[in-house]
Design a protein around this ligand. Structure first.
Ligand code: 6LW
Length: 501
């Protein structure tokens, strides 16, 4: 028995590999930095983040990239002691891979692959050949052989399969099993029509014979099911010989709106007598999966409070695009996270002074103690619920009419308005955002006083359907000078993320 999703929040397009009894998984990160989070598990159910594959700006150029662009789907593979992560920067450079012998450490500089399309995946054949497959145009799965040292092509690129007729054939992964080459892909696009299909051949170049019971996974015919968009999968044989599929799906709320993003799910795989994969005995995917599992190996719960007492940020924290070093510090006021607002606001397709984490639960509360006295008009700092630069809600301290004030602002597309404001006494203040499945509630607490609610904002207007995003909602801290250099630092003493299960 286990619960799905196994990694909640914006963690889509999961790819997994096994080394002994250890499992490693990576997901897409789009415009967020560091890029490509990497997780470790001993049972495929409980995952702990162990770092990121792209931690240096010269590995991942995200400057000015559009939201929901940047880094797309990644694949992780292990070969002869080395881990390889292939991915696409759709905003700068295209397909590349990095490698390491220690997934908890630093990854190499990018090795670029001369292959168009997205969703590159490496396959190491028994004869030492190394193949890259990815999607391409005209729609299909394209493949070439490469030199692993240089990324240089060794063969021409050619289409090896175009799928079963669904749109957007993508997310290819090639496997060698039972004396056949299996090619598993996604079709239908990363939304309600999403599906996983598979084909096999005696050669890595095909021709590929489709599985008679394709799609092997889809929820496109399960209207009103709490899980939708199942697709973009990767397959792994566990250390006990059982087989498992990791894949993305999302959990809409209040009709067809999902704001937590595409998440990572898990399902058992069995095989037909004639060697075709079957996902969860054709029963579809549930939030509670009643199936035998590997011996479970839960990790200690993450601390709900970050006191910023370390000199480095915890793995859950992300910047928007490549951050400006002068915008933040954990050292200038030890024990506090200090943000220096720049002229950039949350509306900028750039890197404003923002540090945030993914919302991973429909119901949760975030709180933070902010010490900030705006020095001049326009200076602002506070907490934000962010879908992208055109869809965000924030509660913040600023100067209004010459008075230190607390505001709540909502931006939905090209509608932006301050929906609540109050003058507020000097001194540190606790800011709170209470999230329920359909609503955010913004409040503040002054020392020794009760919580004071200021305003609300509906979750649906930050959903992927409304915001047009590939990502999910982030909850974070920010500062801005609203067009001017923000001279006054904004100090956050701690940040709490309190899931309500
Ligand atoms: C991913 C691709 C996709 O690379 O979305 O819609 C991209 N399909 O498979 C980003 O998640």
């Amino acid at each position: 028995m286990y619960s799905n999703p196994v990694i909640s929040g914006f963690y889509p397009d999961p790819s997994v590999c096994r080394v002994g009894e250890d499992y490693y998984l990576v997901t897409t990160s789009c415009e967020y930095f560091p890029g490509v989070p990497i997780f470790h598990s001993r049972d495929l159910i409980h995952w702990r983040q162990i770092g990121h594959c792209l931690t240096r700006s010269n590995q991942v150029e995200l400057q000015g990239c559009a939201s929901s662009q940047g880094i797309f789907a990644s694949t992780i593979r292990y070969h002869e002691g080395i881990f390889y992560m292939t991915t696409t920067n759709v905003s700068a450079g295209g397909n590349f891979y990095v490698y390491t012998d220690d997934p908890m450490g630093e990854w190499s500089e990018p090795i670029w692959i001369d292959h168009k399309g997205i969703d590159p995946s490496l396959f190491f054949d028994m004869d030492g050949s190394v193949y890259v497959s990815a999607n391409g145009q005209p729609e299909g799965i394209y493949q070439c052989e490469i030199d692993l040292q240089t990324g240089q092509k060794r063969t021409e690129t050619r289409c090896i399969w175009s799928g079963t007729g669904g749109r957007f054939p993508e997310a290819p992964h090639l496997f060698y099993l039972n004396n056949s080459y299996y090619l598993m892909i996604a079709e239908g696009g990363t939304e309600y029509g999403h599906m996983v299909t598979v084909a096999r051949s005696s050669s890595p170049w095909g021709p590929f014979e489709p599985c008679p019971h394709n799609p092997i996974l889809t929820h496109r015919n399960r209207g009103f099911h709490p899980i939708q968009g199942t697709g973009h999968a990767d397959l792994v044989e566990a250390h006990d010989g059982s087989w498992w599929l990791v894949f993305l799906a999302f959990r809409p709320y209040g009709g067809d709106f999902h704001h937590l993003g595409r998440e990572t799910f898990l399902a058992p795989v069995s095989w037909t007598d004639d060697g075709w994969p079957v996902v969860n005995h054709h029963r579809g995917i549930e939030l509670t999966m009643d199936t035998p599992t590997l011996p479970q190996h839960p990790w200690a719960d993450e601390a709900t409070r970050d006191d910023f007492d370390q000199s480095i940020l915890q793995f859950c924290w992300n910047f928007l695009r490549n951050p400006y070093a002068q915008d933040w510090s954990l050292l200038d006021r030890p024990g506090w996270l200090r943000l220096y607002g720049s002229p950039l606001t949350l509306n900028a397709q750039d890197s404003p002074a923002f540090i945030g984490r993914r919302q991973q639960h429909f119901s949760c509360k975030v709180r933070s103690l902010l010490d900030f006295t705006p020095g001049s008009v326009g200076e602002e700092a506070g907490l934000v619920v962010l879908a992208n630069e055109k869809h965000h809600y924030e509660i913040a301290l600023t100067y209004l009419d010459g008075m230190r004030s607390i505001i709540v602002r909502r931006r939905i597309g090209d509608l932006e308005a301050i929906v609540a404001q109050q003058t507020i006494a000097e001194g540190p203040i606790e800011l709170e955002i209470q999230a329920s499945p359909e609503m955010y509630t913004f409040a503040y607490v002054l020392p020794g006083q009760l919580s004071h609610t200021l305003a609300t904002g509906a979750t649906r207007y930050l959903s992927s359907e409304v915001a047009g995003s590939f990502t999910g909602v982030y909850l974070g801290m920010y500062a801005t000078g609203n067009g001017k250099i923000n001279g006054t630092p904004a100090d956050f003493d701690w940040f709490e993320y309190l899931p309500e299960l």
